[in-house]
Write a protein that binds this ligand. Structure first.
Ligand code: HEC
Length: 144
């Protein structure tokens, strides 16, 4: 359910909001990167929540997520807090906390691939939940 809400907000943002016209479009680019991450992540969530586990397709999504896991972070440079950013100012004020959650995300995403390759459903569930926790914790702390 939570992800339906996220998707809806992303769709609304695409039609209703300020355009990022700065050189390199850092804010828009990181938002697009997160949308791609959600598109890789959510199909795994459906399988997990509906107890409809499909090992091969799950593995494909886990690998797709792993391939793009690095994409948003370089666009959080200094002076990139302007509309349409939905980040909180504290991301830049408490950068160490944000960076630590980013590391957790990168590590747990790698572990999800290894779990997916094991085809052990209980292990995969735990690994998926670990990734989801990093999304949630970071959004709670650093996103509006
Ligand atoms: C280390 C922090 C962090 C992690 C981990 C993280 N996010 Fe985010 N996410 C953010 C921040 C900050 C924003 C707001 C970006 C902005 O607008 O400046 C965001 C924005 C988003 C958006 C909205 C993009 C838009 O169009 O506005 C989606 C969707 C999203 N994240 C999905 C995810 C998913 C799914 C995961 C986990 C698989 C995840 N994020 C992990 C920090 C994080």
């Amino acid at each position: 359910m939570r992800y339906v809400v996220v998707l809806l907000c992303a769709a609304l943002a695409a039609c209703g909001e300020v355009e990022d016209t700065r050189p390199g479009r850092p804010v828009a680019t990181r938002q697009e990167a997160f949308k791609a991450i959600l598109r890789a992540f959510e199909p795994m969530g459906l399988q997990i929540r509906e107890y409809a586990f499909e090992p091969v397709s799950f593995m494909d999504h886990a690998r797709a997520l792993d391939r793009i896991k690095d994409t948003p972070w370089e666009y959080f440079g200094e002076d990139t807090q302007y509309p349409p950013s939905k980040s909180l100012d504290r991301l830049w004020q408490e950068r160490a906390g944000f960076d630590a959650l980013q590391d957790d995300f990168l590590r747990s995403t790698g572990e999800l691939v290894i779990a997916a390759e094991s085809r052990d459903e209980a292990r995969i569930r735990a690994a998926w939940t670990a990734v989801e926790t990093t999304c949630r914790d970071c959004h709670k702390g650093y996103r509006r």
